[in-house]
Design a protein. Structure first.
Length: 269
């Protein structure tokens, strides 16, 4: 995968799978909303809102006097978000790097939950977030730490190192950050960092096919997209063996770590 993931591989099936398996992103997303401390009446922008599950929670927190907009480049995910919204929040197609229809200094909070590692020009995305935030307003993101990868990615990398032709298959996201680079990115955009930590989450998957579907739907089809169906079947068979040490009576138990980074735009700048 190049550093710009394809936005052309999404499908109705991947949207359904994400709605089922992306509950994991939802759970850490709720923690991000807690850290950001959303208040009644606030205006919130969810960048990379996906199918809108977390956007719905943001709308519940700011209640009727607040305003929530979700943006995502994938039309099928935006469609699902709109079905979910039932008028309680807005959603439309858009990208983090060009929030052109969003007015300056409008929002109290901008957040990106499990999104920034997909964005090729992260500095531009943060400049846009800065533009649309009011002075004193907050920004936050969660992202996969490069220095503490997901158990699944460690297992897959080990499998892929042994197969040179699989190396470009795309395991995880192409623009991962470290905790240090997350803070630097925010500071370079002019923000004052308020929170920057790594939290760990235990994921349980009943079946290896759920592990693969989770990765495929979370990556909107980019995961293993360069492999043939025969190669993918081989990856699956080898993954079953490689994941054996992670198996318990409940299923495959995998640890996922996430950076939680928040900051605010200074009042005077
Ligand atoms: C793992 S999903 C996370 C979705 C949602 N934030 C959640 O917590 O469930 C990653 C999302 O990032 C979006 N995305 C990818 N590139 C993006 C970009 N350049 N700007 C905004 N969103 C992007 C994808 O379309 C996808 O919906």
């Amino acid at each position: 995968m190049s550093n710009a993931p394809s936005l052309e591989l999404d499908s109705a099936t991947l949207v359904e799978e994400y709605d089922r398996l992306g509950i994991r992103q939802f759970h850490h997303g709720l923690q991000l909303l807690d850290v950001l401390g959303l208040r009644e009446g606030e205006r919130v922008l969810d960048v990379g809102c996906g199918t809108g599950r977390l956007t719905e929670s943001a709308a519940q927190r700011v209640r009727a006097h607040g305003e929530v907009l979700g943006l995502d480049p994938l039309p099928l995910r935006v469609q699902r978000a709109l079905e979910r919204a039932q008028g309680r929040f807005a959603a439309r197609v858009g990208r983090a790097e060009t929030l052109e229809t969003v007015p300056d200094a409008h929002y109290d909070v901008v957040y990106l939950n499990s999104v920034i590692h997909w964005i090729p020009d992260q500095a531009q995305a943060l400049r846009e977030a800065w533009r649309v935030l009011k002075p004193g307003a907050r920004i936050g993101f969660t992202t996969m730490p490069e220095e503490a990868p997901h158990d699944l990615h460690v297992v897959l990398q080990a499998l892929f190192t042994r197969e040179p032709e699989w190396r470009s298959a795309g395991v995880g996201a192409p623009n991962k950050l470290t905790r240090e680079r997350s803070a630097a990115l925010l500071r370079d955009a002019g923000f004052e960092v308020t929170h920057n930590e790594i939290r760990a989450f235990g994921d349980t998957f009943e079946h290896v096919d759920d592990v693969l579907a989770f990765s495929q739907s979370s990556s909107f089809g980019n995961f293993l997209s360069s492999l043939t169906p025969e190669d993918i079947a081989l990856v699956r068979a080898r993954l079953v063996k490689a994941l054996e040490p992670h198996r318990s009576a409940r299923g495959y138990e995998l640890t996922r770590r996430m950076i939680f980074a928040t900051a605010h735009k200074p009042l005077a700048h």
